[in-house]
Design a protein around this ligand. Structure first.
Ligand code: SAH
Ligand code: DHB
Ligand code: MG
Length: 222
């Protein structure tokens, strides 16, 4: 029988073989826990997957929605070339402060900009200010606003851009049609949008691991 214990052991095994970066990255998690941040960062294996995807894409301009303490931001930004840039949107001043410190410690200060404020407020100003489109987007904030975030992501992306949305399975709750949970409603409304969105090609993959049973959406802008 496959259980949480097994999923964690398998993640630990893969990480010990394939993710040497995890030890430095654990410092970020330690500092986040000391600052009282919730441990809802992506797992090490998922962080490394984002890093690998950004490299496959050759991403130069990454957009992230939901910074927390910068754990996923650092995985992504460390895949950027010298002149690459990551902009990450975060509503909480406390989270942004922790992220700023971690990003600086990781030597990535020059590449990363944190935009503070609810993403529905910062997206419009970003759209006005930023002229170059993004080639990689990671959406991982308040799931109830996923419908709005996926639309902004498509609008601000270049052709061929890769879009990843975290936590689209939520322990299987995504199939609860009449869910009263606004986050599940947000995820389901996003899938409704995607079922009828000609500008991107998408799939969604279920995952198990040290962070339980969840999954991610993977899409490419046509
Ligand atoms: N991507 C991070 C985890 C993000 S957790 C990682 O894997 O390391 C989700 C984050 O979204 C939290 O920090 C939360 O404060 C932020 N958030 C919640 N609502 C938001 C909103 N409306 N706009 C921007 N960020 C928001
Ligand atoms: C939550 C958010 C996340 O981004 C995640 O990966 C896990 C949990 C949450 O808000 O509970
Ligand atoms: Mg997440």
């Amino acid at each position: 029988m496959s259980t949480q214990k097994t999923w964690t052991e398998v993640d630990d095994y893969f990480n010990s073989q394939l993710v040497p970066e995890k030890d430095a990255m654990n410092e970020v998690l330690k500092s986040n826990s000391e600052a009282g941040l919730p441990s809802i960062d992506v797992s090490a294996a998922q962080g490394k997957m984002l890093h690998v995807l950004a490299k496959i894409k050759g991403a130069k301009r990454i957009l992230e929605v939901g910074t927390l303490g910068g754990y996923s931001s650092i995985w992504l930004a460390s895949a950027l070339p010298k002149d690459g840039r990551l902009i990450t949107l975060e509503a909480s001043e406390k989270h942004a402060q922790a992220a700023r410190r971690n990003i600086e410690n990781a030597g990535l200060k020059e590449k990363v900009e944190i935009l503070l404020g609810p993403a529905n407020k910062t997206f419009p100003s970003l759209a006005e200010k930023e002229t170059d489109p993004f080639d990689f987007v990671f959406i991982d904030a308040d799931k109830r606003n996923n419908p709005s975030y996926i639309k902004w992501a498509i609008d601000l992306s270049a052709r061929g851009a890769c879009i990843v949305v975290d936590n689209v399975v939520r322990n299987g709750e995504v199939v609860v049609k009449d869910s009263q949970d606004p986050d599940i409603e947000g995820i389901r409304d996003m899938f409704d949008i995607l079922s009828n969105e000609p500008r991107i090609d998408s799939t969604a993959i279920q995952t198990v691991g040290s962070k339980g049973y969840d999954g991610f959406l993977l899409a490419v802008v046509k």
